[in-house]
Design a protein around this ligand. Structure first.
Ligand code: NAI
Ligand code: MG
Length: 377
């Protein structure tokens, strides 16, 4: 029997609620597709920090490095000052596990209400590849004359050929197994130094992928094109900060923060990849069963693709999409069922396979299968 090891980090707020739902779905996928996953729960987050003072201890990092994948819920609590847990755990983990790529699919599933009027699923199926280690998020900078009217804050953006090339090459590879279109999103007209490097990397790497068509869009223009004509994009590659921002807009297109999934990928075997819904701990709805588990379940689907369990990944995606299509609302009480009930519904659909040939199968191809093919190759 195929077997894998999984570290589970439920985190704070709605994190544990959506993660529990995703694990119910994982149970169903294992049972049906015949693989085993040994799970280790790691209690990082606000409670752990407040009781021990620990954010991300070194021995936890070592233990995580020995797992095949990490399933992450969300981190952040009103009981801890902003930034401590987010930087001390999430950003620290992305760095420690050398998760070079942040992968964010933007797919509108059939039947999911989108605030963009007239948008249809066939026009909204793209993937944003965000460089995940550098840019403005390297935590480099300084403040002088602190506390005086002359205070100066410098926050630097770091762009190395090495990291940009890894992200761009990954994006080209992904585009090659999809619709063969790659867009660079940047701000080359103002951030000219970083912009020149990104543009040169696009050209240089592009020589290896002659069948992928490329174009360029400024990040501000992206905020207009993405909601109005998402169909012009297949794979978009961008820097850490721009990627963080435009993917929230992407999540809106696909029905809201509760629906969007992501993967933080280590692509050189030096650490463990981590999969997480893009939303945070949502303290405003935590503890009520009002969180949509779809983002966590679709992240699980990406995780399964990453482990080479392509069939299971596609079944989880299809089941999640089918359950989403039957929900009256994407968040809160209006969902018509609690987080755990929705998890059970998705798990049941995975078990019976009744949704395998559903709306997702009728879309061009399962992204999760594409990823499984690409990551395995
Ligand atoms: P958030 O993503 O937690 O919530 C934003 C809005 O989306 C809220 O109205 C919330 O109720 C809603 N929402 C979030 N997840 C949902 C779900 N699964 N289903 C339905 N609705 C959902 O962002 P916010 O409020 O800015 O941050 C809360 C905490 O989470 C902060 O401490 C923040 O730093 C942290 N955070 C952590 C992230 C992570 O763990 N990767 C990512 C983003 C924020
Ligand atoms: Mg963000």
């Amino acid at each position: 029997m195929r077997s894998h090891t999984l570290a589970v980090l439920p985190g704070d707020g709605v994190g544990p609620e959506v993660t529990r739902a995703a694990l119910t779905v994982l149970d169903a996928a294992q049972e049906r597709f015949g693989f085993s996953i040994e799970r280790t729960e790691v209690p990082l987050g606000a409670d752990h920090y407040l009781s021990t003072g620990e954010l991300l201890p070194n021995d936890t990092v070592t233990a995580l490095a020995h797992h095949d994948a990490i399933l992450f819920g969300a981190i952040g609590s009103p009981r801890v000052a902003p930034g401590i847990l987010e930087r001390g755990i999430i950003l620290a983990l992305r760095g420690a596990m050398r998760q070079a790529i942040n992968l964010r699919p933007v797919r509108l599933y059939p039947g999911v209400p989108t605030p963009i009027s007239g948008l249809t699923p066939d026009r909204c199926d793209l993937v944003i590849v965000r460089e995940n280690t550098e840019g403005a998020y390297v935590a480099q900078g300084s403040t002088v004359h602190r506390g005086t009217p002359a205070q100066v804050a410098v926050q630097e953006s770091v762009n190395t050929w090495y990291a940009v090339e890894r992200a761009v090459d990954f994006a080209y590879r992904l585009a090659s197994v999809r619709r063969k279109r790659l867009t660079l999103c940047h701000k080359t007209n103002v951030l000219v130094e970083a912009g020149k490097l990104w543009t040169a990397v696009m050209e240089s790497v592009g020589e290896r992928y002659p069948d992928v068509e490329t174009d360029y869009v400024h990040v501000d223009a992206m905020c207009m094109h993405l909601p109005v004509s998402p169909e012009r994009f297949d794979v978009v590659v961008t820097d850490n900060l721009f990627g963080d921002i435009v993917t929230d807009l992407g999540a809106v297109l696909q029905g809201g923060l509760g629906v969007a999934a992501s993967g933080n990928l280590n692509i050189d075997g030096t650490g463990t990849s981590m999969f997480e819904p893009i939303h945070g701990s949502a303290p405003d709805i935590a503890g009520r069963g009002w969180a949509n588990p779809a983002g966590a379940c679709l992240s699980l689907s990406l995780l399964l693709g990453h482990l080479g369990e392509g069939e299971a990944a596609a079944a989880v995606e299809a089941a999640t999409a089918a359950v989403l299509a039957g929900m009256p609302a994407m968040a809160g009480k209006g969902m018509g069922a609690s987080t755990s009930e929705l998890g059970e519904r998705i798990a049941r659909a995975v078990t019976t396979g009744e949704t395998d040939a559903g709306p997702v199968a009728r879309l061009e191809c399962s992204l999760m299968e594409q990823l499984a093919t690409m990551l395995a190759g």
